[in-house]
Design a protein around this ligand. Structure first.
Ligand SMILES: [Ca+2]
Length: 209
């Protein structure tokens, strides 16, 4: 082992990068039950406008596993979605990526807005990062939204919703699955991980000789 300090460093860095890239959401594929009441952390909370804006657990067409979320809007000015309050401390300056998979299941052109939000928690609440996307295909496609935690951030709620509040918007049916929320490594960390990986390659080459 003494011969390979670089290998040890590389392995450490690889583990460190994996720890950094850990998915921070619980129940990312919606395989476990979600809730529509209460305020527990680390649980998907379903919300909607009412009878014409609904958020439901579904088994109709999951992307992976056997379950997903179905969001349905009937008519204009409706909304439906899910959010999760991460039971994790988020510090100002940390870069967070929120991604997942969604599809337009109406069989017609997408006629609503995808709302992908990083709602930073703190006292008072820092401004949120809000991404509005007017397009969505009929096959599962990935959305991705990255933000930097503002001053005063201590935590994070991630929200995915659809809304029909825009001009001419109306009926929508969206399936949602496979959410990932990660802390993006800062450039300095990426550099170290890169160096570690190079070290591992160098050691592997040396061993092969
Ligand atoms: Ca699933």
């Amino acid at each position: 082992m003494r011969k390979n300090p670089l290998a040890a460093l590389a392995v450490f860095m690889l583990f460190a990068s994996q720890a950094t890239a850990q998915n921070l959401v619980e129940n990312p594929s919606f395989e476990d039950p979600t809730v529509s009441m209460g305020s527990a952390n680390d649980v998907w909370f379903r919300f909607g406008a009412g009878a014409n804006g609904t958020s439901s657990e579904s088994t109709v067409m999951p992307r992976t596993g056997s379950r997903h979320i179905a969001l349905q809007l009937v008519g204009a000015s409706q909304f439906a979605g899910v959010f999760q309050n991460l039971n994790t401390t988020i510090n100002p300056g940390q870069i967070v990526n929120f991604s997942g998979w969604a599809k337009n299941a109406t069989g017609a052109a997408f006629n609503a807005t995808q709302e992908i939000k990083l709602e930073w928690q703190g006292t008072p609440n820092p401004p949120q990062n809000f991404l509005a996307d007017l397009t969505l295909g009929s096959d599962y496609e990935m959305f991705s939204h990255t933000g930097v935690a503002p001053t005063g951030t201590t935590g994070l709620v991630v929200t995915y919703a659809i809304a029909s509040g825009g001009p001419g918007q109306g009926d929508a049916l969206v399936y949602l699955d496979d959410i990932t929320v990660t802390i993006v490594p800062e450039p300095a960390t990426v550099g170290l991980v890169g160096l570690g990986s190079l070290g591992l390659v160098a050691v592997a080459r040396r061993r092969r000789k």
